[in-house]
Design a protein around this ligand. Sequence first.
Ligand code: GDP
Length: 444
Amino acid sequence: MLENLTGRLQGVIKNLRGQARLTEENIADAMREVRMALLEADVALPVVKDFIAAVKARAQGKDVLQSLTPGQAVIEVVNDELIALMGKANEGLNLAAVPPAIILMAGLQGSGKTTTSAKLAKLLKEQKKKVLLASADVYRPAAIEQLKTLAQQLEIECFDSNASQAPLDIATATLDYAKRGYYDVVIFDTAGRLGIDEAMMAEIKALHAYLNPIETLFVVDAMQGQDAINTAKAFGDTLPLTGVILTKLDGDSRGGAALSVRHVTGKPIKYIGVSEKVDGLEPFYPDRMASRILGMGDVLGLIEQAHKNVDMAEAQKLADKVKSGKNFDLDDFKAQMSQMRKMGGMGALMDKMPSQLAGMAAKVNPEDADKSIRRIEGIINSMTPLERRKPELIKATRKKRIADGSGVQVQEVNRLLKQFEETQKMMKMFSKGGMAKMMRSMGG
Ligand code: GDP
């Protein structure tokens, strides 16, 4: 997702970079481009207007105009404002209620409510909460069964409701059951409709009044584009929402929903759905999303993912190395590559990578990516420990030996070394000055 938006914004960045001095005029040009990029990405018009106004006001400020590297300064402003637009920082769930804490799930049919309910239950179970799932989705055929099946798979209890019951009766029975069973949290899934519908709104309002949930989460499909915004508005007007979950961000959404939904509802995006699997739910970090949008990649997200799925010790070592700014060598590069392989393939990762890297990865057919990572590992395996620590030693003769040893052409060794250099550069920047520094290097 987001590729187009990222591409367009990078065009703006490139242009600004070429300017020795910023004037009101070239800022206005750049802002026109940014505006187009956002509209094309399906960001809602009022959001675009406010965003551009905020960036313009700051970009024309003295600090930016007098900065030695004005192009970079503007990009920093854009980044800051993107973060602000999406809510500044991650906001987690509030479960500080007399148990059971109730989470009410609201949203249209097909938005991902049922799947997300199960994903959320899984996260909470991992936090040692006693969780009860329940569904009052008596409209969508087999919705209740779907939740029961997911619950079973996750070894989480699901209240035994059925489609012949009235939603309020299900709510009453669920609450009673949860209290008697000393559950910490109840995740209550509700019925959606294909579009905004009065009966649906009346029903969920009644459920809300009865259950008095501490969290009322609006689940919305990021691929819906502008429609997502209208739906968000309608639900926000009906229910006192406490947060939003944006699903299907792994799809080919143009990203507009992520950028508009906070502004339109005034409610934080608490989680994002990134796959249809039960572990595809992640906390939403506005700063990380902003760097993805600007094409700088979610390096922190990658490291976090590594912590979660991969050999913890290895991932920790890599993260520490990045943080401490120690030399990132070919052994680390190889460790990183094999972690990528373990982390569910290139497709899942490409989205999170800085665009330069993703660009390189994109040249590889994703299906062949696994093979290509193995080749990289093979080439590095043919190097001596000294060469891995000091890749600058690898000149023509060594290259030939390494290529022969791993059964590849010398060009492939060259390509790998180039790729390694790029990554190393990024790691260095990341460890020295974080995102700001990385951005500056891109800006000029
Ligand atoms: P509901 O009608 O709102 O309960 O929607 P479901 O939970 O049944 O989800 C509708 C479809 O979207 C299902 O096929 C899900 O597997 C899929 N889905 C839900 N969340 C995600 C997500 O984050 N990514 C992807 N790729 N698919 C998702």
